[in-house]
Design a protein around this ligand. Structure first.
Ligand code: GUN
Length: 309
């Protein structure tokens, strides 16, 4: 974590260094993986399934496989053509479910339109569902059984970042902007579990700026470039920006783009007490939590104690 310098009378937020926190988590996963193997367990095994040729998905899947290999995990990747049928994907998931060397199965989303995403997610053994998308894991999180669930990686990473800054979250007002199954909903459940007063806002919410002004914590996960403005933010709030939006950047030259979050960073940083940058904030945490979930699944399969992150 680095502390911003106050160059003027204006307070400047702490920049939450997600890359550094992610590196700490990866280091812990490495140590705990060694411990699991020394205790007679096997190396955690992660299988990633990619269907089709979505460029962004290829980049994400490649990064996940490389990190798993770096950690000494058993790492498997199934790269399937766009023409792959739903039955073929379900057959591969079935094989991975039965493979004792595999502890984590991740089917990269989005899937091609001819494949029913819900059906594929529900075919994954919940004990191997390192994305935390299976209804069993979603349900366990919702009823407060996090210790038996696997939790969606991005919100789990966001929670760790918030806790690093604030410690105990009990009684804080938290606003989650976005209600996706991958980020918004599990984020709200995690914050509720930490005894926050949670509001979930979405595209039909009224007076979003008014809701934001009451929040001690804002998690923005809507996919709208720089939507959250500085004057929406309560002084001293903690801002977590899950957005990854590529926008035109003509100032960098013709046809150039740049990556921005869902929060207008410079404005927000002048008001908030801490904020995640884009890139380098939430992004690196997602892969780190995927590795942590895979290790957790491997420890549970081996009947060994699991580390906490
Ligand atoms: N696509 C975008 N985010 C995710 C994720 O967290 N998991 C999977 N499987 N696909 C994604």
């Amino acid at each position: 974590m680095t502390h911003g310098q106050s160059s003027s009378a204006e307070a400047k937020a702490t920049v939450i260094d997600g890359k550094a926190v992610a590196a700490e988590i990866i280091a812990k996963v490495a140590v705990e993986t060694g411990r699991l193997i020394a205790a007679g367990g096997v190396a955690p095994g992660l299988a990633v399934v990619l269907v089709g040729d979505d460029a962004a998905s290829q980049v994400y899947v490649g990064a996940k496989g490389r990190k798993a290999t770096e950690l000494g995990f058993h790492s498997v990747q199934h790269t399937l053509p766009l023409s792959t049928s739903e039955a073929e994907v379900l057959a591969i998931v079935g094989e991975l479910n039965r493979d004792p060397a595999i502890h984590g199965i991740l089917v990269q989303l989005p899937l091609p339109r001819h494949i029913d995403t819900t059906k594929v997610i529900e075919a994954i053994d919940p004990a191997k569902d390192v994305d935390g998308f299976h209804p069993i894991n979603v349900g366990r999180l919702a009823i407060g059984e996090r210790d038996r669930a696997l939790v969606s990686c991005t919100p789990a990473g966001c929670l760790l970042l918030i806790q690093r800054v604030l410690g105990d979250l009990a009684g804080k007002n938290a606003l989650v902007i976005g209600r996706s199954n991958i980020v918004g909903k599990p984020m709200a459940q995690l914050l509720l579990q930490e005894s926050c007063t949670v509001t979930v806002a979405h595209s039909r919410s009224r007076d979003l700026p008014g809701l934001a002004r009451q929040a001690d914590i804002i998690v923005a996960a809507v996919g709208r470039p720089e939507m959250v403005r500085g004057d929406w933010i309560k002084p001293g709030a903690v801002i977590i920006d899950v957005g990854m939006n590529r926008i035109p950047a003509p100032e960098r030259g013709q046809g150039k783009t740049r990556l921005v979050g869902d929060v207008a960073y410079a404005e927000a940083a002048a008001v908030a007490s801490a904020i995640t940058p884009v890139p380098g904030g939430v992004g690196p945490m997602t892969i780190a939590m995927l590795m942590a979930n895979t290790l957790t699944a491997a420890c549970r399969a081996a009947g060994k104690p699991e580390p906490t992150f």
